[in-house]
Design a binder for this molecule. Structure first.
Ligand SMILES: NCc1[nH]cc(CCC(=O)O)c1CC(=O)O
Length: 294
């Protein structure tokens, strides 16, 4: 079998996620050979510029998608939450393996002594979704922007003497950092996660039917339904990271689906969180869009 080239961001998390995808592929077909191509994206190069000024979340995936379209790579691994609502023509998300912890996680700076439950806290996050929801839940928090990969943000938290930062639990879990940190897991009722958070997206060209057959072998049905549900809400909102928006779909123990949707008009306007429960997850997203979107 020919060697397949997989492209991904060159961050430690993206490379780790790509290893997980390759391991899963080898379980499906031990004969597969994969070569990893690490790609430094605009989002990684311009770490000092707010994402909204360099084209929103798409900055982590555009250059990887360009290599797919140029056929310099055969498939790509992304964090689904970084993938814009609309995919370039000719590309498809062919598989979403089992979802990791989808929630946000508050990481406390252990260097700072505990100063009481009402003390003012300075929290590092640039996400309008996180800021909007945390302001409501914790009125004693103020927020400062922070960017860079996980390692950079953990370092900046200490260097800048912040009280804490907010990160996706999935990244910390996959990098095996979670055990060494003093954390507070944020329940989705407190902070609805980003659309697609904790899901890996495996992407390739629509025309590569044989490859699609191989890659779809590592798809997880629940992750894929959550992906479709959350992204249909994002699509209806025409969402990017300018708007505080969140969505979390998951199957309940009784087989029904729950969809939590969050939307705010701007960073300062109080947002609305609504819960939908039913048999068909895609219908829940449609109802949420009808009710919450202007
Ligand atoms: N925006 C960067 C990004 N993209 C995906 C993850 C974490 C992994 C995931 O959510 O799947 C992160 C870091 C973070 O938000 O903490």
């Amino acid at each position: 079998m020919k060697t397949l080239r997989v492209g991904t961001r060159s961050s430690a998390l993206a490379l780790k996620q790509t290893e997980l995808v390759i391991e899963a592929l080898k379980r499906v077909d031990p004969a597969v050979n994969v070569e990893v191509v690490g790609i430094t994206t605009k989002g990684d190069r311009l770490v000092h510029v707010p994402l909204t000024q360099i084209g929103g979340k798409g900055v982590f995936v555009k250059e990887v998608e360009a290599q797919l379209l140029d056929k310099t790579i055969d498939f790509a691994v992304h964090s689904l939450k970084d993938v814009p609502a609309r995919l370039p023509e000719g590309l498809t998300i062919v598989a979403t393996p089992k979802r990791a912890n989808p929630f946000d996680c508050l990481i406390w700076n252990d260097d700072k002594p505990f100063s009481g439950t009402t003390a003012l806290l300075v929290i590092g996050t640039s996400s309008v979704r996180r800021i909007n929801q945390l302001k409501t839940a914790f009125p004693n928090m103020s927020f400062v922007p922070i960017r860079g990969n996980i390692e950079t943000r953990l370092r900046k938290m200490k260097e800048e003497g912040l009280d804490g930062i907010v990160l996706a639990a999935a990244g910390l879990e996959r990098m095996d950092y979670l055990n060494g940190l003093h954390t507070l897991m944020l329940e989705p009722e407190v902070c609805v996660p980003a659309i697609g958070q904790g899901i890996m997206a495996v992407q390739c060209r629509e025309e590569d039917k044989q490859l699609i057959e191989l890659l779809s072998g590592i798809n997880d049905e629940a992750a894929s339904l959550a992906c479709l549900t959350e992204r249909s809400f994002l699509h209806r909102a025409n969402g990017n990271c300018d708007l505080p928006i969140g969505g979390y779909a998951h199957r309940l123990d009784d087989g029904k689906w729950e969809f939590l949707a969050f939307l705010a008009g701007s960073i300062d306007e109080p947002g609305v969180t609504k819960r939908y429960i039913g048999e068909d997850p895609l219908k829940l997203a449609e109802t949420a869009a009808d009710e919450l979107l202007p």
